[in-house]
Structures are given as C-alpha cells and as structure tokens.
Write a protein that binds this ligand. Structure first.
Ligand code: 6PG
Length: 481
C-alpha cells in the first residue's frame, strides 16, 4: 500500500493495539518491526485492510504520505536513539516523529533539538491506559512544538478515549512537556496504588479480612468518592482465584514490587525543581524497600514492634477510606505543584486544567476526583498545589480526623503506611506557620558560615557562634506554638 497516513515502528503489545486503533478509526497505517516475523504474524492474525507492512525503514518512509508522520513504540532508552539514527537518512524536512514510549523528558528534549537541526519535528507523546487503552482509547499527552502537534492533532484526537469533557488528548506544552506530564501521571499512579495497598494491609492485618471480603470493600468504595479505574481493578484482582490452587491469586504473589523508572524520575525531578513531593517519593521508596525481602524476613524476627497490636477501632473501614482519599488528593496536589514549577522553570506553558481534563478517561489514574480538581484549577489557575482553594481544603479537612485515626492505629500496630503517613506529614508541615528550620540555619551557619536571614531586619548575617555569650532564657519564646 502506498500513501499510508502513519508509520508505526515497534510491534510489541502496545504498538500492535495502537496500530489497530488508528486503522479502525479511518487511518492507513504502515507497520514496521525489527524482526520481520513479528510483523508477518501480526498482519496475518489481525487481517485489517487499513494496515500494511514494511520490512525496511526505507520501505516504510516510501510508503507514507508527506510530510511523514511516524510513531515510535519501542522500549524507552537507547533503543529510541538507535531507531532514530537508522530512520533519519530516509526522512525529509517537515516530517513528524512521535515517541510514544515512557521516555525521560530530558532525553526527549535532547532528541527534539538534534532532529530540529535536520528539520525533523519531534513530539514526546505520553500514552496511558495499558494495552487495552491503546486499543480502545488511551489518554494521550503530546508535547513539543505547537506546529508539530498541529500536524498530528486530528489523528491523535480520533484514537483517544472520550470523556464527557471531550477527547482525552491535548497539547501539553513545549519541549519535553508530554513526557514530563506522563512521568508525573505515573508517580501519581504509584502513590494511588501504594495508598490502596496500605488500605488493604489495614483490612488484612487490622480486621483479618480475606482478599475476597476486601474486594467487596473496594467495590463499595468504587461507588463513592474513590470511584476510579484503580479502585475497580483492585476489587477485580482481589477476587481472582488461582485456577491451579483455588486460592486467591494475590496471596500467591511475591511481595516485591517492580518499577520501570518513571516514578523514580518524578521523585528526582521534584528534588531538582525544589518542589516538595514526599507522597510521590514515598510510593517509589516503598517499592524499592519491598525488594529487600530477605532483610525484612530477618528483621521481622529481630525487631518486634512494642506493645500488643491494638484492635481496629470502631469505624476503621471509614477511616481507611478517608485515609485513601486524603492520600490521593495530596498526591494530585503534589503532582500539580510539580507541573506548575516545571512549566515555569522549563517554559513548557502547560495548561494544568487541560492535563486534568485528559486524565478523565483512558488513563490509569482516571478517577471521580478529576472533574472536581479541574474545576478548582480553572477557577484559580495560579494556585500551585490547590491547597489555597477553600473547596479543596474542605475536602481535606473532612478526611483528616479519619485519616489520622487510621495512621495512629497503623503506627501502633507496626503496619507501614508510608503514603498516608507522608501525606499527613506534608499537610502538617504545609499548615505550620513556624518550622524549626531556623535551627537548621543556625547550625549551618555555626559549622560552615553558610549565613542566615533574620525575621526582625533585612540582610544576610553570619555569627561567630563560639564567641557568642548566650543570654539566659527568660520566659516562653514568642515563637512557641
Ligand atoms: C500507563 C502506565 C504505563 C506504565 C506501567 C508500568 O499509564 O499506562 O503508567 O505506562 O508503564 O504502569 O509502570 P511501572 O513498571 O513503573 O510500574
């Protein structure tokens, strides 16, 4: 076939399903895979008229209408650079290449600049929704030059999921904005999953619930504020019985969580941008820690938690529900703050309300909270973390007592709840007009002459602390709380 609308490189599960999705939405797609057998097998299996195959990149380039539009669905990392290098000789000025993998946003910016020098337009395309979403409608997060986006907008919009606020595809901003947004999406995904796992631990350890009973709780929660793809999925997963043993399969799965890197990059990025995102980071750390199973088993015998395990208090399930809602709201708050700062420092120009809008359907973190959060941001677009908005705060306020009770029980019972704990610590610190950071500043100045600022006069100060004669303390400090 000549005159294909799109070239798609990489026929793993995501690539296959996206190719089908484009084909079923009226686009002619030419597919290419490094191994020809995979390409043949795919075409034979799906028998889709709008699909054709290329067995070299040269063929692929010849098959496409100009300017060419090519989507890379190869493993993030060096494979993307390799394919781009092989592809470049067959491209022409004005062609558009999209990277649909979970690439690091800095790599995307580097590739964008290198290709721009050749006149090739490059877009970082965040894609969420897993393999099913790829086929039936993903949430799409494209970033790069607005002109490059204009060349593919119609195509992307047609294959995207649709919510009552329209197609879940929108321009995320310049440079690596698309992959930055996807990276933060994944960090929120990690935090949500960790929060769910903590609630499940509470039900299991505190109430002795079986996975199937816990599944019913999640199914019920899915009818309220916690309605979300991940809540529903959790109920389904907990209910599933292993066909071989007849036991709930989840109980047979090794408790070491894997990760491919996006959550960790978001945590690193938060540190680099100077944005506090402890809940996103806690979820990454929890996965890392889970990997040390042998250490955990050894310490389980060596470090008993003090005191008897307290009984779960009355209303414990409602407390866990409050805790999970609070964790999720805080995770969104931290993610939005990251966008705010990244957009400022990297000049992305990201419209954060649009980000929330395209997360309403198709993506892994789609949740009932999203229209509410979007509304708040549209009312108050400069609010970095939503915490200043009275209606957002009201939602937090309502859930604080329950979340604190759940956390208190967990602390006493020796049940780790790092996502919930960090969300509460974040709120505690953010609402504290005074923090002991003055002492940190004094220490820094005392050992390293790093200087400090005073609250009673402008300027930067240094003290020779050893020579200071401290006055005797008199009465209460005016800063005591
Ligand atoms: C999505 C997901 C997906 C991600 C997986 C695995 O939005 O569809 O975020 O892109 O690759 O969730 O991520 P981890 O292996 O890091 O858990």
């Amino acid at each position: 076939m000549n005159g294909a609308d799109l070239g798609l490189i990489g026929l793993a599960a995501m690539g296959q399903n996206l190719a089908l999705n484009f084909a079923r939405n009226g686009f002619r797609v030419c597919v290419y895979n490094r191994t020809a057998d995979q390409t043949r097998a795919f075409l034979e299996q799906v028998r889709e008229e709008a699909l054709c195959a290329a067995y070299s990149l040269d063929d692929l380039a010849r098959c496409l209408v100009r300017p060419r539009r090519i989507l890379l669905m190869v493993r993030a990392g060096t494979a993307v650079d390799e394919v781009l290098e092989q592809l470049l000789p067959f491209l022409e000025k004005g062609d558009v290449v999209m990277d649909g993998g979970n690439s690091h946003f800095a790599d995307t910016e580097r590739r964008m600049q290198a290709l721009a020098a050749e006149g090739i337009r490059f877009l970082g395309l965040g894609i969420s929704g897993g393999t099913k979403g790829a086929l039936l409608g993903p949430s799409l997060m494209p970033g790069g030059s607005p002109e490059a986006y204009a060349a593919v907008e119609e195509m992307l919009t047609r294959i995207a999921a649709v919510s009552d606020a329209g197609p879940c595809c929108a321009y995320m901003g310049r440079g690596g904005a698309g992959h930055f947004v996807k990276m933060v999406h994944n960090a929120i995904e990690y935090a949500f999953m960790q929060g769910i796992a903590e609630a499940y631990d509470g039900m299991r350890t505190g109430m002795g619930m079986s996975p199937e009973v816990a599944a019913e709780v999640f199914a019920r929660w899915n009818e309220g504020a916690l309605q979300a793809y991940l809540t529903e999925l959790t109920a389904r997963v907990l209910r599933y019985r292993d066909p071989e043993t007849g036991e709930p399969l989840v109980e047979r799965i090794l408790d070491e969580a894997e990760q491919k890197g996006t959550g960790r990059w978001a945590a690193q990025s938060a540190l680099e941008l100077g944005v506090p995102a402890p809940t996103l980071t806690a979820a990454v750390t929890a996965r890392t820690l889970s990997h040390f199973k042998a250490h955990r088993e050894r310490l389980a015998a060596l470090l008993p938690w003090p005191g008897p395990v307290p009984a779960a208090p009355e209303g414990f399930l409602a407390d866990l529900e409050d805790g999970l809602n609070l964790t999720l709201l805080v995770a969104f708050s931290q993610g939005l703050w990251l966008f705010h700062e990244a957009s400022r420092q990297y000049q992305y120009g990201t419209d954060r309300a649009e980000v929330l809008r395209i997360w309403r359907a198709g993506c892994i973190i789609r949740a009932r909270w999203l229209p509410f959060l979007e509304e708040i941001l549209r009312e108050d677009p400069e609010n970095p973390h939503l915490l200043f908005h009275p209606r957002f705060l009201e939602q937090i306020r309502q859930r604080l007592p329950g979340a604190i009770r759940a956390r208190r029980w967990a602390l006493e019972a020796g049940v780790p709840m790092p996502a919930l704990g960090s969300a509460l610590e974040y709120l505690q610190a953010m609402r504290r007009a005074w923090l002991p950071a003055n002492l940190i500043q004094a220490q820094r100045d005392a050992f390293g002459a790093h200087t400090y600022r005073r609250i009673d006069r402008p300027g930067v100060f240094h003290t020779e602390w050893e020579e200071t004669i401290s006055p005797r303390p008199q009465g209460r400090s005016p800063w005591s709380v």
